[in-house]
Structure formats: C-alpha cells, structure tokens
Write a protein that binds this ligand. Sequence first.
Ligand code: FES
Length: 521
Amino acid sequence: MEQRLRVRVIDPQSGNETYIFPNPGEYLLDAMIRLGIPIYGECGGRGTCGKCAVKVTEGDLNISLSDKNFFPADKLSQGYRLACRAYPERDCTVILAKEASNAYKAVTENFNDYKDLKDINLISDIKENGYGIAIDLGTTTLVIALIDIKKGSILKKYSAANPQRVYGADVISRIKASDEGKGQALKALVCNGLFHGIETVVKAGQITIKDAEKIVISRNTTMIHLLMGYPCEGLGAFPFTPYKKGFIYTSSDELFDISEKVPVIILPAISVFVGGDITAGLLACGFDTAKKPCLFIDLGTNGEMALGNKDRILVTSASAGPAFEGGNISCGVGSIPGAICHVDISDNRLCYETIDLKLPPIGLCGTGIIELTSQLLKEGIIDKTGLLTDEYFDRGYSIDGISFTQEDIRNVQLAKAAIRAGIEILLRNYGISCEELERVYVAGGFGYNLDINKAADIGLIPRAALGKSVAAGNTALAGAVLASIDPKAKSRLEQIISASEEIHLSDDREFNDLFIEHISF
Ligand code: FES
C-alpha cells in the first residue's frame, strides 16, 4: 500500500503537535488549513507577508523562489520556509514560527464588560425580557457578547481572531479565495469560529443557546457574503454590486447546522464598501437623532467614515490597509494578550504596556502602532517624512525584540494619509469646517485604549477635532447590542440608510492631492 506523505506540525506556544497529510502537489499552508491547523496567511498566500513562516527541524522542504526573496541566507539555511509556497515531497517536521503561532489566541473569554456601551447614545425603549447574542463579525477579530435584553447590559464577552485569516488579512484576499472556489471553506471556518464563541458565552452565562431570543450580527459587506455563502464576484470588480445589502433574516440551525433554532438578524449595509458595521456604528453613535453634524471614523481594514446628522449623512471608505489592525506591519498582531498597546518615550526612557500586563510582548497592535509612531516622531527618531534616523534605518526600532521597521512606518503613513484625506473630502463635500463638528467618534476594534492625542500627533485626525473627539470603541458590537435591545432599531437603521449618500474617493479629483499632502507627519 502506498505510504501517505506525513508532516508533523509543532506549535511552540501551545506545545501542540499535529500530523497532517498533504496531497501530492498541495501547498503546506492549504493542507494545514484543510486539516484545521490555525496559521495566519495574511497576504492570502502570495508569499509576501511572511506570517505563514515555518521552520523545518526534521526532513526537508524545497526552497521556493518566494523563500529566496523573503528570507536572508542564514534563515534559509536554518530551515525557514513560507508554508504558502512550500509543497512537501518527503515526510518532515516543522515548527510554526512566532507570528504564525500567535495568530489565533483568543482575546478574551468569560468576562463582564460594560464599557463598550459607555459614551455612546443608548436611546432605547426597552421592553423585552430575556437574553440576546450580539456579534461583531470582524475581518480580523470575532467578538461575541451575551446580553441581558431587559437591562441592556453585556453579561459575557468573547473575542478571537477570525479563522478566515488563513485566507488573507484583507477582504480582497478573501474575495479572491472565494472566487477561486474556497467560498464553502471560508463559510465553514467562520461558522465554526462563531459557534465556538457562542457556545463559550452561553456556557459562561449558565444558559443554553436556545435561551437566546435572537442573534444580531454586524459587519462589513464582504464578511456577511462569506458568512452566508453568497457569491462574491460582484464585490471585487466594478460596478461593485453586492449580492444582498439589506437586512438578512436567517436562523441558528441554518447557519451552524444545529438543532436549536434561534432567529438571526444581520444588519443592513449601505454599499459594498460601507457595511453593516458602519450602519451599526452610526446607530450606536446616535446619528439618526443628531441635530448638528458629527464625524464617525472607523479605523478598520478599510477606513470607513461618515459625516452628518439625522437629515443628511455622507459616507465613504478609504483603502487604508490593515496597518491599524496589526496587518502589513512586520511585528503587527491583533488586540490579543501580549500585544503592545501603549508606548511612551520620555527623556530617552521607553515605557510600554501590553494587553494583559503580565505577558511579555509578542507584537504591536493598532494602538501600539499609533503610539509608537507618535513617540518616535516626538523624539526625532523618525522625521516628518517618516524616515528613520541612520541608527535605526536598517534594523528598525526595537522594543524587547519587537521591531518596527522603515517599511512598517511607510505602511502607517499610507493608512493614515488615506483616512485623513477621506476626512477632508467629507468635510469639503458637506460644506463645513472641522470646527463646526459637534462630535468626532473614533471607532475601531482597539476601542477605548486609543490615545486621541497621539492619533492627532501623527495627523490621523485633525488637531481641531481634539476637544470633541471620543474613542468610541467597538461601535460595530455596540450597534449590534443596541439592535438586540431596542425595538425601534429597525426603523432607526432604515432612517440612517435613507439619509446616507456615498462618496467614492476614487472618483474625487482632490483625493490624490490630499492623500499626498497627508503622507508626511
Ligand atoms: Fe505566506 Fe503571506 S507569505 S501567507
């Protein structure tokens, strides 16, 4: 009988060892995904991000062209390979490199947390009793909250990396994977991830899933298409037409293939680019009742923004890239335990904090990236053009082994310039100045930890907005919570959508000039 090819995969963080059996000609990354090994394919398997790196410790793996381009000679001879470019031809043993091993830590499990609802306008006339489940189905992170509907409070919350990250950090990579026939695999990954999170919060709340009255999900249009198994062809090419963008009603038995039937409501999107996470955020921030114009900025993979009040809202999205979510940053990670989230440099003394203070640093999350950039700028370690001084130019600035390189700084500059240019375009099209804004909400998965002053220091938000800015946290989740508890949420969301008008930055002649203007710090 023919012997099957066998690869032993070791995760040094957990100590887990798993045997996988790649098919002939199958990439190691694809075999790992197929067999349930969590590994991070940030660039979608294009061989450019290095986050799928493994080290061969027994046997061997051929060196690919991408390996030669990515790894220096010493790393190649030590056995480092990119799993997305390697196809095993003989039995071997590989160890997941640090970035891959860190990719799937759960952020939090089983804790009480009410702060996501602080500082936002909870306008509701709550009548219903019982439990609800609110879900923020993020491109990077899944957040699942068990809610007491009557009290309007979060009882338990769970967060974990979106397991679809094996197919890429950004929505474009996942649309491509879906177009290449991996739609069902993507759907299965996220459904399994969500169901595990739901089971975790209901167990922690000492109830069962059938005790929940409803499950409300918010997120961008692509994530919803992948969850529902809709075709994604219309999302990735002009004229960018979603398969569906209104409310979607389904149920837990259909989504998760279980016997318990709980209604599932998916919040509506405005367009392909401005999804249900943004309508949820606008609901949470009370745009449907605001008399004076407010600005909403979501620092996600796509920097989505909205400016307006109850009568007129302009919305847009800028291709900011995943830098503020730790993507395309060499030591970037999501907001997971051990991620550096605060940085301060004063009198040449570096101080930093990690999420879960007890843990040593494993990488930089969004707030860490913003704060480190602002501090390096303040200390003159990078100049206004984003150039590192000679001392750090080749190796980057390091915090206990966590490097922040020249290329990382360039990616931060591109992301912040896209968002800042988008803000300026919204203000111009609305015909107001920053001074006329009532409030500025800065939303994002990294939430309340964001230091608004440091965000202004790097030019991400205008200085004139400082006194009126609120770090609003995860408004996609807050909106899903609100939609679970407020009987008027449906009509409020419909009003937000009917008041909204989308601006396409690619059609705006001023956008490029503003983008270039804001590249510098
Ligand atoms: Fe392999 Fe990016 S280099 S997934």
